[in-house]
Every structure is written in C-alpha cells, then in structure tokens.
Design a protein around this ligand. Structure first.
Ligand code: URA
Length: 429
C-alpha cells in the first residue's frame, strides 16, 4: 500500500526513491489517491534534495505512461520532433517544423501556449484567421501522412500526470528544479512518439535557466532520459539573454517567421532553425553526413519548399494565410515609437523586460485562462551593436504602449546581425 506521507518524508531526508514508489506516486496523482498538497510538498522536497539520474528517468517514463502514447508507424517514416524550453521572440518552431518537413521528415509537433514572459507556438499560429490547433488524433495522423507536418495542441490525454503536477508547481514556486523540468518536458516528448528529438535549451536572463551550467545540466539530463527510452536526442544550449529576431508578439512573430521562410529572416532565427533541422536530418539517418544535412536544409529554405510546407499546414488546419498577409492583426494596432534617451551603441536588449512588457500589454498570459491579444507586440528597431543618435534620439522599438499615436514605416531589420551565441551541443548516442 503506497504511503504518500512516507514518500514525501523519504525525499525530505534525501533518500532515493525505488522505481515502484515513483510509479505508485504518479498513478496516485492521476487516480486521486495522492492529494494536491502532498504532490506539492513532494515537489518542494525535490527542489531541495533533488532526484538522481535513475529516479528522473523513471519519473519521466511513468508520467509518459500516465496517458496515451502516440505510435507513428508511417510507411517510410522518420518521425522527428523539436522542443524549446521557451524564450522571448522564439518563433523557431514556425520555421524549423516546415523546413524539416520540406526535407522529407515527418513532424507531428504537439505545442503549448505561452505562459509567463515566454510566448507559445499555438498562440502565434492562432493569429492567422481560422487556424485550428485543436486537432483530434485522426486529423493529426491524416495531416502528417499527407503533408508531413502538423502543429497542434497537446491533448489532455497525453501525459496527464504532468498536467496535474505542472499546475501545482506553477503556483508553489517549484518550477525551477532541473530533474522536475527534465521529467516534465521529456514525459510529453516520449508520449508524442517521435524517434528523433531536437531540444533547444534556452539560457540567459529571459530563460528558465539563467546560468549556463544549469542549462547544460538540464540538456544532458533530458538527453539521458531520451537514451533510456530509445529516442535519439540532440540538445542545443542557446542564448536567451536577448530576444530572438526583431519581433516579439504573436502576429509580429508569424510575419517574421514567414520572412525567414522566404529567406529574408533575421540571421539568429534562420541559423538556429537550420542548425536544428540539420541535426534532425543527421540523427534520423535521412542525411547522416553533417555537411549534406546542412546543405539539404539550406536548399529547402532557399527553394521556397519550406514556405510551401508552412502554407499547406495552415490551409489544412483551416487557416487563411492570404487573409493574414493582407491584414495582419498587428497592422490594425496603434503604433508608438520608443526613442533613445542617450546616444551610443545598443549593448543589449533585455529579453526578460521585453517579454514582460508584451505580456503586460495583453500579448501574453498571467494565468492559463487569460485571453491573448494577437496583435500586440514590439518590433526591435535598433539591434545589438547598432548606433542610436542623441535626443531626440534614434528609434529603439515600436510597440503599443504609449497614448501618443505615431506611425513608423521603417524596416524591421535595418541592419541585420546575429545575436545567436555559439551553442554547446550534447547528444545521447
Ligand atoms: N516546460 C515544461 O513542459 N515543463 C517544465 O517543467 C518547464 C517547462
């Protein structure tokens, strides 16, 4: 008979949980035998005492086993997935998923919504009129079989134990535990059924993991969980000190992703997408040689094939891309230009502050129930390393915060430059 109090006390004293106890805990969580307050107390004990590698692997597998597990038996299927731990201006999935599909990989991507200062892929896609992200399993399968890609909401049936535990962690200050994050992310990825996975672990002031060593430890742990489950994982640790690209906010980010798919996107977004897709091509066995993988990804971008994949996904999910392009939500918003109060070079752009500002303007959520304004956002007009003039000052950003309407028609990226720092990679086989 499982005793939740003894389970919590064991972790509080730093003891190691046997696999059977972890299984009983997860089953009890879903079955209601473990109360919310007990699960929260256990999560707090884990924050202080940790879980070792084996405990974390078992926890991830048990959470994955708490619900449905997708099985992708496609005829010549190399089924891959990509996951980011969440960033500001992070529209890489909107570029990498169609790019991978254009290279012949099958990408059934189950995504989330934005919470906190980070955006969510589903919210971004829903700025396209008519776009449906709530696909049922047969729709998801049919679309991936026909077009090679789908980006849809994770159903409640996938890893339900994570849904319960994550909601408790969110309100009990127990998110920032490396083993709990690793088990949470990987349980959903294992249940999603891809055999090859790219993980983009964000690091810096706009990320869950501000310190590089913590981000790397998280990447390694997730790769080990994948290994134990027979999933090939390559993890990238990439910078989230500064926003990715020049656009932050749902519909602005879709526009920027479309520019990237047309070969005109900001270098940091394009570079990260190409790197991730080249890694997926190598690890899935589709293009084992690094140079050939990178060239194949580059060709799929340059030829317009990736953009066409994006368009076919949007069509198949009921979205009106032409309608979006003709009248994107951000164009219907009042614009304000923020000018520099001093002259000098732009040294950095605080991803956390930008993310928080977009959220406070309505572009993000404070709770899961909040509605999102898809048109709200910020365009970064002066990037890192750019010069801005003395007052009255050169433009820094365009947004929707101040009462004075002003129209800015200057290009979004006047002088593109990369803020993608070299990433360290770890791979599980
Ligand atoms: N994303 C998740 O899915 N889980 C976590 O614990 C943190 C980020």
């Amino acid at each position: 008979m499982f005793d939740p109090v003894a389970f919590i006390a064991a972790k509080k004293s730093g003891a190691r949980h046997p696999p059977g106890q972890i299984r009983s805990f997860v089953q009890g969580l879903v079955g209601g035998e473990v109360a919310d307050y007990q699960a929260a107390a256990w999560a707090m004990a884990v924050c202080f005492k940790g879980l070792d590698r084996d405990e974390t692997v078992v926890l991830a597998e048990e959470i994955a086993a708490s619900g449905a597990r997708m099985d992708w038996a496609l005829p010549d299927g190399r089924v891959v997935d990509k996951h980011s731990t969440g960033g500001v201006g992070d529209k890489v999935s909107l570029v990498a998923v169609p790019l991978a599909a254009a290279c012949g990989l099958a990408v059934p991507k189950l995504s989330g919504r934005g919470l906190g200062i980070t955006g969510g892929t589903l919210d971004k896609l829903e700025s396209i009129p008519g776009m449906r992200v709530g696909l049922d399993e047969s729709e998801l399968r049919a679309q991936v079989a026909e077009h090679g890609l789908a980006i849809a909401a994770q159903s409640e049936a996938i890893a339900p134990a994570d849904g319960i535990l994550y909601a408790l962690r969110d309100v009990t200050a127990t998110i920032d535990s490396i083993p709990l994050i690793a088990a949470s992310v990987m349980s959903k990825k294992l249940a999603g059924g891809a055999s090859t996975l790219a993980l983009d672990v964000k690091c810096g002031r706009g990320a869950f993991m501000p310190a590089y060593d913590d981000a790397f430890a998280l990447a390694e742990l997730m790769a080990e969980i994948g290994s134990a489950a027979g999933v090939t994982v390559r993890a990238y640790v990439s910078s989230m000190d500064h926003p990715l690209g020049r656009a932050v906010g749902n519909s602005l980010e879709v526009s920027e992703a479309l520019e990237a798919l047309a070969g005109e996107g900001p270098p940091d977004v394009v570079e990260l997408a190409l790197t991730i897709v080249a890694g997926l091509l190598r690890d899935s066995g589709a293009r084992p040689a690094p140079r050939a993988a990178r060239e194949a990804a580059g060709r799929a971008l340059a030829s317009g094939a990736a953009r066409e994949k994006f368009a076919s996904m949007v069509r198949s999910q009921g979205g009106d891309l032409d309608g979006f392009l003709a009248d994107p939500p951000h164009e219907r918003r009042r614009r304000v230009e923020v000018r520099s109060e001093a002259e000098g070079f732009v040294d950095g752009i605080d991803a956390r502050a930008i993310g928080a500002l977009v959220r406070s303007l309505g572009g993000g959520r404070l709770t899961k129930e909040d509605d999102v304004d898809h048109g709200v956002g910020i365009r970064i007009l002066a990037g890192r390393g750019d010069w801005v003039d003395a007052p009255p000052g050169g433009p820094l950003a365009g947004g929707r915060s101040c009462p004075t309407p002003a129209v800015d028609r200057s290009p979004i990226w006047s002088r593109p430059r990369s803020n993608f720092l070299p990433s360290r990679r770890c791979r599980n086989r």
